[in-house]
Write a protein that binds this ligand. Structure first.
Ligand code: NAP
Length: 242
């Protein structure tokens, strides 16, 4: 479980642990991971910056030669900058965390997942992996890339009985993505959901066998609207109302 030190990752680790999984917790903040591991009981903390060259191998060593039933690639970050402000540097650092690190960790663990089949990979993309908004081009690029790559990987790995699911959350209130403005306004509060809802979606997209889960479900309308009424969708997103 990557990104287990807060938000969606911590909530998912708790849910998986309650369901009887022995969870390997990965993120940079060791104190948070160790605290969570103690609370969960059987969990193992692996502090690592997933963009570091040796991170995939360190996680693979922690998993060992035993069974690996599920890999959840959830760690991610966003730096909200227009391309004119953040340029390629912002695109690169975002891709490094949200896409490259996922691909590298998956590569390191795929042999173990195949050997443990039937097993699953769940990649946490975003509704931003289906539609672009101002000031999130770098993030959207990384999440579009993740969704596309996951779709191909899922078809390829069918033969090896490694299921690949994609979870696409909308606005979820967490440390990294607080959505204070949306939550402060009574008219927009309803669009913001909780990490626990995403945790349930991750289970549905992994062991539950779903290929694609929007959470909350109504966010599945966003990519449909983008195709059906592109002008309206663009004006709504562009105006920064949501
Ligand atoms: N919240 C939303 O509205 C929303 C919507 C759509 C998608 N998502 C996606 O959901 C995932 C989880 O986000 P969240 O909302 O739960 O935010 P969060 O509370 O900020 O959690 C992000 C997690 O990623 C870890 N992380 C970040 N960079 C890392 C790195 N270089 N190496 C290792 N771990 C790293 C963080 O841990 P450390 O800081 O301890 O390393 C933290 O555990 C992300 O992929 C995000 O893009 C979130």
């Amino acid at each position: 479980m990557t990104g287990a030190s807060s938000g969606i990752g911590a909530a998912t680790a708790e849910l998986l642990s309650r369901q009887g999984w022995r969870v390997v917790l990965v993120a940079r903040r060791a104190d948070r991971l160790e605290q969570l591991a103690r609370r969960l009981g059987e969990a193992v903390a692996v502090p690592a910056d997933l963009t570091a060259a040796d991170a995939p191998e360190r996680v693979r060593e922690a998993v060992g030669d035993g069974e690996l039933g599920l890999l959840v690639n959830n760690a991610g970050a966003e730096w909200r900058l227009a391309f004119g402000e953040g340029g390629y540097d912002n695109v690169r650092r975002t891709m490094e965390v949200n896409f490259d690190a996922v691909v590298r960790l998956t590569e390191a663990l795929l042999p173990t997942l195949r050997a443990s089949a039937p097993s699953s990979i769940v990649n946490v993309s975003s509704v931003a992996g289906r539609v672009g908004r101002p000031k999130n081009g770098a993030y959207a690029a990384s999440k579009f890339a993740l969704a596309g790559w996951s779709e191909s990987l899922g078809i390829e790995e069918e033969a090896h009985r490694v299921h690949v699911g994609v979870v696409l959350p909308g606005f979820i209130s967490t440390e990294g993505f607080p959505h204070d403005r949306l939550r402060a306004n009574a008219r927009t509060r309803w669009v913001v959901s909780t990490p626990q809802k995403v945790a349930e979606a991750i289970v549905a997209a992994g062991p539950g066998g779903r290929r694609e889960v929007y959470v909350p479900r109504f966010y599945g309308l966003v990519p449909k609207l983008r195709h059906l009424v592109p002008g309206l969708t663009r004006r709504t997103l562009g105006a920064g109302r949501i």
